[in-house]
Write a protein that binds this ligand. Structure first.
Ligand code: ADE
Length: 229
């Protein structure tokens, strides 16, 4: 998988890939990242990338020309490039999207800043538009990091232990059951005794019950849509 980040601020994104699991994925050639700065594609004298909104409105927008030319170049180099636009007005990004997108060859995150992007760029290039939550960030970069992280861990070989993928939250639309490590008693709080007895079928059964209860309590919306009732 190659992640291409189109951003005015490479430094907001690149450090995220310099540690831990994603760093190792790059070292193992499972992942690569590249950056394009729309400022390098401007045709005006002062390399200006933003402007006032046509018809008025608060804040500046990223101009069509530099972004259009950046994305055209990316598409020309790789006709299979898949363009994802993070935006608060997008559809909610969920685990099923992370899994589905992990099968793509090259995802291009097009990051808006200021009040957004000239809509004509979105119309021409966007394969999908995603929001990571009902709040407004100062730009798309953080959302792109969130999505690329969630996608990466669904790429075969990226996680050390792939079992964690089938056991974790949102599998079957349930939150993950609580888990514990050693010691069995800590600060007078104990690990559920069934977890210590080694009967894996019983533990799995208990974890499934706990997952249901936790989902019902914390995310009744998710529970209502879950396949296990
Ligand atoms: N850009 C600004 N806010 C965002 C959000 N909530 N999700 C995705 N992209 C964004």
């Amino acid at each position: 998988m190659k992640f291409t980040f189109v951003t005015l601020f490479e430094n907001l994104v690149s450090p995220y890939f310099e540690d831990s699991i994603l760093k190792r994925a790059i070292e193992k050639d499972l992942l690569s990242i590249e950056f394009f700065n729309p400022r390098d594609f401007t045709t005006n004298k002062h390399s200006k990338v933003d402007d006032y909104q046509a018809g008025g409105g608060a804040g500046l927008l990223l101009n069509a020309q530099p972004l259009f030319d950046t994305l055209k170049k990316i598409r020309h180099t790789n006709p299979n490039a898949y363009f994802v636009f993070p935006a608060p007005a997008g559809k909610p990004f969920v685990q099923a999207d992370a899994k589905r997108l992990a099968k793509k060859e090259n995802i291009v995150f097009v990051n808006g800043r200021y009040e957004g992007i000239d809509e004509r760029v979105v119309e021409e290039f966007a394969n999908e538009i995603f929001s990571i939550g009902d709040y407004v960030l100062t730009g798309g970069e953080l959302a792109s990091c969130v999505m690329s992280d969630a996608i990466s861990r669904n790429i075969s070989g990226v996680l050390g232990n792939e079992d964690s993928l089938s056991e974790e939250s949102f599998e079957g639309m349930l939150l993950e059951a609580p888990s514990f490590t050693k010691p069995a008693t800590f600060e007078s709080k104990t690990t559920p005794s069934e977890f210590l007895k080694g009967n894996h079928a019983k533990i799995a059964n208990l974890k499934n019950k706990m997952a249901k209860l936790k989902t019902q309590y914390f995310r009744p919306d998710l529970y209502a849509r879950s396949c296990t009732k």
